[in-house]
Every structure is written in C-alpha cells, then in structure tokens.
Ligand binder design. Sequence first.
Ligand code: NAD
Length: 284
Amino acid sequence: MVSFAFFAHFSRSSRPVFIFQARKDHHMSLKGKTALVTGSTSGIGLGIAIELARQGAHIVMNGFGDVDAPRRQIEACGVQTAYHGADMSKPAEIEAMMAFAAEKFGGVDILVNNAGIQHVSPIESFPTERWDAIIAINLSSAFHTTRLAIPHMKQKNWGRIINIASVHGLVASRDKSAYVAAKHGIVGLTKVTALELATTGVTANAICPGWVLTPLVQKQIDARAAAEKISTEQATRELLGEKEPSLQFTTPEQLGAMAVFFCSAAAANVRGQAWANDGGWTAQ
Ligand code: NAD
C-alpha cells in the first residue's frame, strides 16, 4: 500500500516548504514473509489472504473453485502468489502442498488454518461420511499443516499459526455435532501448539468468528428460507437474531485485520488464545 509522509522544511526565508513523500512500505509490516492460507479461494480465507497481502506477505493459496479471480484480488496488493489445490482431507496432499510452499518461497512464516465445511443434522441421522469429512478438513488438516510448518518457523525463531475456529469452538449449537467437535478440537490444538512453542518466537492463536456472510453461511440461510417458506431477507434476520446480539455479520476484512494483529510485534506474547469476533454471541 502507498502512504504519504508529510514533512515541513523551513527555507532561508523561513517560509515552510511542504513536501509530500510517497512511502511505499509504510504499512508493509509483513514484507518478505510468506503466508499460507488454506481455503483462500473464498470467504474468510480470501479476506485474510488479502489483508496479509496488503501488509506485504506473499501468499500461498489453497482451496477449490475459481482461483483466477481471488488470485487477481490478492496480487493487486503487489505481492506474489502461488496456488496449490491440495484437498485438506488428504494428509499426503497436505504434505505435497507444504513442500510446494517451501520450494516456491522457502517456507511458510504465517500459517492460517482456515479451510472448513459444515453439515447440519441431528446426531442420530448425521451421515457418518460427513462426520469424517468435517473432522478431517476442519480439524486434522490443521494438525498436518502445523506439524510440517513448525521446523521452518523454529529455525527462523519467528512464526505465526492462526487457526480459524469459530464461536462453535467455545459454545455449541444443536445439529452441528461434527462442526462443534472439530472447532472445540482446534481450540485445544491451538493451546497445545502455543505451549510447545512458548519459549520460541512462534505463536499460535485462534480466531472465533460469529456469523460471517460467506457461501458456507448462505447455504444455511437458503435452507432456513426453504424449510420455513420465508424470504432470504427474513431468514437472514432470523439467523442473526437467534444468536448474534449485534444483528450484524462480522466481515472477512475484520477477521483479516485480527490476523494482521496476531502477526504484529504487539502480539508476540499472545499465546494459545481463542479470540471471538462475534457481535456478542458468546457474551450471553
Ligand atoms: P467458504 O465456504 O466461503 O470457504 C471455505 C474455503 O475452504 C473455500 O476456499 C473452499 O474451497 C475451501 N475448502 C473446502 N473444503 C476443502 C478441502 N477439502 N480442501 C481444501 N480446501 C477446502 O467458508 P467460510 O465461511 O469462509 O469458512 C472459512 C472458515 O471459517 C471455516 O473453517 C469455517 O468453519 C470458519 N467459520 C466461518 C464462519 C461463518 O459464519 N462463515 C463462522 C465461524 C467460522
């Protein structure tokens, strides 16, 4: 990002001469770092990737669907990107992605474990295949990326591991057994990671968003509208009203800014935390 510094020099006639100087790197706090954001082709992952890129970090992208449009958004911040399409439910593909990141940029300095899916159903009818997929993608993938990222971070004595958990890492909602189990699990994994690295320059923390309007949540709104035969707008109001006192969505940009804070020097001793950004959801 280009910012402007403002200087006032005083010439011999004592008249101030104002000089505006463009300082390209003023806000580039992560220049030279590499961030890998899983599930960065959409939603929260893309929002976080863009905010990290705005701070100068090169981005290793991952996720399904269209890659070109999100890639252009990230590269517009003036950084390099590389994309790996690893399926986060497959440990061998995760290993290949981590090797790819090391080959492209020399290693991952900032790891954002974000890829995730949802399935909503009571336990007795919850498809066992959906349970396995949610645990693999929303929880086990973070174990695999983390174990493979730690050696490089330790060697540099700097690293940031940011796990995108959820309010469902802190409290439960009915019909989300696998999701709530995976998210409570990733909060636990975050704490263990932080403790094992506590004497190093590597921190691990989790972000716990409330509702964020992404394709993952749009599906739940559409399902509610269909089930109750109400408009999408009404279903959206009901969804927020049920859990989120602010009646507002948290945005991917706001979560990106939290990730940037976790990467900052001010957060160097913030370890093993699970910080909510949830419009008051978990204050109730
Ligand atoms: P999204 O559907 O917009 O994005 C999910 C991303 O993960 C996409 O890039 C998708 O391609 C990728 N992905 C899905 N399965 C994958 C797989 N097997 N391998 C690799 N990539 C895969 O959803 P989102 O709302 O942006 O969710 C991102 C994260 O935020 C998830 O972990 C989700 O649980 C969490 N979260 C979301 C909300 C919300 O309200 N949207 C709230 C709290 C937490």
